[in-house]
Design a binder for this molecule. Structure first.
Ligand code: GUN
Length: 283
């Protein structure tokens, strides 16, 4: 069993981004990311802080907009519009989910597809479906990058994704399909879940339930990717996979923390760099 070190792979990706950023800065272009956080969800606050830290590390300029939960839809959309029109901002990210009363989708659609470094806009989602895209969604792309870093081939493999969110499950399935995996998406209405997951050569857990994937659900020698970020009964950070009991059955497994999370941020940096290059016609 080998533990996939997301911290290490993400550091390599960020180093590459930092090197390319240095070259861009020589041309007078500083990539800029705007991060919008509405409300006071503590997990979202941590994610946003980590995203800002990564910007600093790779040499981007970042601006945070921390808005109160009482922000109206109109105010939020006005901010997005202002950022769409700012030349020093190449990427716009609104941390999701938004507080009650605000519409995630309306905000996603308001962000210019050229600055949509999360790749959530329907125009970018559609382009991913076809395989002609500029940006890939950060978490699924980060997972693919980890698989590549460990020479794990998807071609011809049985891939099972648990979870069908727009942010992770659906695009994850598409990226595995692009690399010739045979992909099954499972969700809350799936019957005989463990029968399906037990056949997976590559199993991606994106459910949002602590230690949901148990050893009996995993095939011997499987590659297990854990997208979860939960607290266990003791309040300790844990994934969607029961790591301690599952790990010995795996050929590869990602830990939580230190697996998928750091990769998501590294890809965000990659996307922001690409956005800056595209908007300045440097490619
Ligand atoms: N919430 C959970 N994951 C993400 C992400 O990748 N981007 C944004 N904007 N919000 C999220």
């Amino acid at each position: 069993m080998q533990i996939i070190d997301g911290k290490k792979v993400s550091a390599q990706v960020k180093e590459q981004v930092a090197n390319e950023t240095k070259e861009l800065i020589k041309k007078g272009i500083i990539p800029g990311l705007a991060v919008i956080l509405v409300g006071d969800d503590p997990a979202s606050r941590v994610y946003v802080n980590n995203k800002k830290k990564a910007c600093e590390l790779v040499g981007f300029h970042s601006v945070e907009y921390a808005l109160p939960a009482s922000t109206t839809q109109e105010e939020l959309l006005a901010l997005v519009e202002e950022l769409n029109n700012r030349a020093d901002i190449n990427g716009i990210l609104c941390q999701l989910p938004l507080p009650k009363g605000l519409d995630d989708n309306a905000v996603i659609e308001a962000i210019s597809p050229l600055k949509d470094v999360d790749a959530f806009h329907k125009q970018n989602v559609g382009r991913i479906m076809i395989g002609d895209y500029d940006f890939l969604p950060c978490t699924p792309a980060g997972i693919m990058e980890m698989l590549h870093a460990y020479d794990i081939s998807v071609d011809g493999k049985k891939c099972v994704v648990i979870g069908r969110s727009n942010i992770v499950g659906k695009p994850m399935a598409m990226l595995l399909l692009h690399e010739n995996g045979t992909v099954t998406i499972c969700h809350s209405h799936t019957t005989n879940l463990s029968e399906i997951t037990s056949e997976a050569d590559i199993l991606v857990a994106a459910i949002g339930k602590a230690k949901f994937v148990t050893a009996d659900m995993v095939k011997d020698g499987a590659v297990v990717i854990d997208v979860g970020m939960n607290r266990d009964e003791k309040g300790k950070l844990c994934g969607d996979v029961d790591f301690e009991n599952v790990k010995d059955k795996c050929s590869f497994i990602t830990p939580v923390p230190g697996g998928v999370g750091p990769m998501t941020i590294a890809i965000l940096m990659k996307n922001t760099l690409k956005a800056a290059k595209m908007q300045n016609n440097v490619l």
